[in-house]
Design a protein around this ligand. Structure first.
Ligand code: SF4
Ligand code: SF4
Length: 253
């Protein structure tokens, strides 16, 4: 029997759902599932007595009505999967001073996450295959540095001055040492889960941490990590370093 899916968005840019639709695998996904609720593609309604096998939910919770909506979905769904960084960790809206941005798991119990902003193609496809096979999603357990094309034997220390979040041309085209940290550019690879296939790194941008932490809370990991290096005063003052994709749980309640 086909799995019954609900796919919906809370506060989001719709980038995760757009990425889903853009996957080569999406046509097969449609054939193998029963899409009971997917307002992005179909004009259908959430029906109170409809049961779903899997709810794929994009976006963070940022309004009271979304809390009620999410609780309703929880009641009717066997599994809830947080789709993307906003749903899994709170996401980019965490930078807002006006709105709250909380991950799904702060409101209801969830059964897995597909991280990334938006989730990277290969990982996304593999996660969907696992769901269709009725198996648990498996995420990489190593950090991004492990296997990074820019990795060298450089070790972060207090002698490393980090004063940039965006590399300049010299950083990108200089021969020799390639690790962004060595060049003084903040890269969150050491504390970020791998699985993105180094798309940003290969494009000349350091890791901003959208895949989430390998373990524990993003912000506390960033604070511990930055304490290992000599981070410039200006950079330390930039709050976006700490709350770009998540606020610490204690501040969300
Ligand atoms: S995780 Fe990124 S792509 Fe997905 S909804 Fe949030 S901001 Fe958009
Ligand atoms: S810090 Fe960044 S550039 Fe350096 S090895 Fe890790 S992921 Fe690669």
């Amino acid at each position: 029997m086909k799995l019954k899916f609900l796919i919906t968005s809370l506060t989001s840019c719709s980038g995760c759902v757009s990425s889903l639709i853009s996957l080569d695998f999406f046509s097969q996904f449609l054939e193998k599932t029963e899409l009971c609720y997917f307002p992005f593609l179909e004009d259908n309604q959430l029906i109170d007595d409809q049961d779903y096998d899997i709810a794929l939910i994009e976006g963070c919770v940022s309004t009271d009505s979304q809390i009620e909506f999410l609780k309703k979905i929880r009641k009717n769904s066997k599994k809830i999967i947080a789709l993307g960084t906003c749903a899994a960790f709170g996401g980019i809206l965490s930078l807002s001073k006006e709105r709250f941005a909380i991950p799904l798991q702060d409101v209801v119990e969830i059964n897995g996450i597909i991280p990334g902003c938006p989730p990277p193609t290969k990982l996304f496809g593999n996660c969907l295959i696992k769901l269709l096979e009725r198996k648990e999603i498996e995420l990489p357990k190593k950090n991004l540095c492990d296997g990074c094309p820019n990795k060298t034997d450089f070790i972060l220390s207090k002698e490393t001055i980090i004063n940039k979040i965006i590399p300049d041309n010299k950083d990108l085209f200089e021969e020799g040492e390639n690790c962004f940290l060595k060049k003084g550019v903040l890269c969150l690879g050491p504390i970020t889960r791998q699985g993105c296939d180094y798309e940003c790194i290969k494009a000349g941008m350091p890791c901003e941490g959208c895949m989430g932490p390998v373990s524990k809370d993003i912000t506390s990991n960033i604070i511990n990590f930055l304490s290992l290096a000599n981070v410039s005063k200006d950079l330390k003052k930039y709050k976006g370093l700490y709350y770009r994709f998540s606020k610490p749980k204690i501040w969300r309640s």
